[in-house]
Design a protein around this ligand. Structure first.
Ligand code: PBG
Length: 306
């Protein structure tokens, strides 16, 4: 009998990390037990355990030291994320796949994902800055950049910027479908990136919609994306499934911070067996069509699978 079951393997999983500047720094994140902001040296140490469990892909976020209206530090070659990429690449060579988040919300003092004109995103300026951030990550050694600002045209602009700078080999891991979701709460505490006014509904997708979401993901494909990601995961399995039917590109899903918090909290009060429940959710995400799953449980799940 052919095995048609959607079995999750460690090589499907991607572990997110939050990079801090400096050395020997490790900070807890509220509502995300077991997940820390860490400096490059401690991230590198943690990755050795990750490798041992069979996970070799990471998604990196940078934590800003200073914030200003333009998010200037995001393009700093000496920034926490750029420094961490360099370190990991020199320590682990091609053994590790490094995906980097390209956005401004963690670097701007207003917490929005782009440069503002009044209270609105200035699309042209934002696209230029996203291109510059992507180049700084590529130069440090990122395998994929993942533009997550949800500025219209971001994939095309980032691809063009990378190509102009000669980084033809750097791929684009597109946040192709990113809903304006409640489930990003703990992440925003990790980055201190909650918007200071308004919300992200002007640039993130409406949870009630699927048609525009799938169409816009396919536009990212035309614009040069190499991976199409849907986020969050569990609340949007229908979207994941629909997208999978309509593309030949690898499809990824992001089990986000709020999904992690929900599982952790319920497990902590004894509502269910954590291992079984988590593996069940990851199996569901794979069954719906994601061959790649970004999850804060990556390392732990891989150990459970062994
Ligand atoms: C940056 C970004 C966010 C997440 C990933 N990239 C936050 C947001 O859009 O507000 C959320 C990830 C998570 O919740 O785990 N824009």
């Amino acid at each position: 009998m052919p095995n048609n079951c959607a079995t999750v393997r460690p090589s499907d999983l991607v572990q997110p990390y939050f990079a801090l500047a400096g050395r020997k720094r490790k900070e807890k994140i509220p509502n995300m037990p077991g997940i820390y902001r860490m400096s490059a040296d401690l991230i590198a140490h943690d990755i050795k355990t990750l490798f041992a469990s069979g996970v070799d892909k990471i998604l990196l976020f940078g934590i800003a030291r200073f914030k200003d209206p333009s998010g200037f530090e995001a393009i700093d070659a000496q920034g926490a994320i750029q420094h961490t990429i360099l370190q990991l690449r020199s320590l682990f060579g091609k053994k590790i796949t490094i995906i980097t988040d390209v956005c401004l919300c963690g670097f701007t003092d207003h917490g929005h994902c782009g440069i503002l004109k009044g209270e609105k995103i200035d699309t042209e300026k934002t696209l230029a800055v996203l291109g510059a951030i992507a180049i700084s990550h590529a130069r440090a050694g990122a395998d994929f950049v993942a533009p997550s600002a949800m500025t219209r045209g971001q994939v095309k602009a980032v691809r063009a910027a990378l190509d102009r700078a000669g980084f033809h080999e750097t791929g684009i891991w597109a946040y192709a479908v990113k809903y304006a979701s409640s489930f990003y709460g703990p992440f925003r505490e990790a980055l201190g990136s909650a918007p200071k006014f308004g919300d992200r509904r002007a640039y993130q997708m409406n949870p009630a919609d699927t048609v525009w979401a799938v169409r816009s993901a396919l536009q990212d494909q035309k614009d040069g994306a190499n991976v199409l990601m849907v986020k969050p995961a569990i609340p949007y399995l229908d979207v994941l499934y629909q997208l999978k039917q309509r593309t030949k590109l690898p499809v990824a899903a992001y089990q986000v911070s709020g999904e992690y918090a929900m599982l952790k909290t319920a497990a902590a009060v004894g509502a269910f067996n954590e291992k079984k429940a988590v593996l069940e959710t990851l199996g569901a995400v794979k069954r719906a069509g994601a061959g790649l799953i970004v999850t804060y449980y990556a390392g732990q799940a891989a150990e459970w699978l062994a």
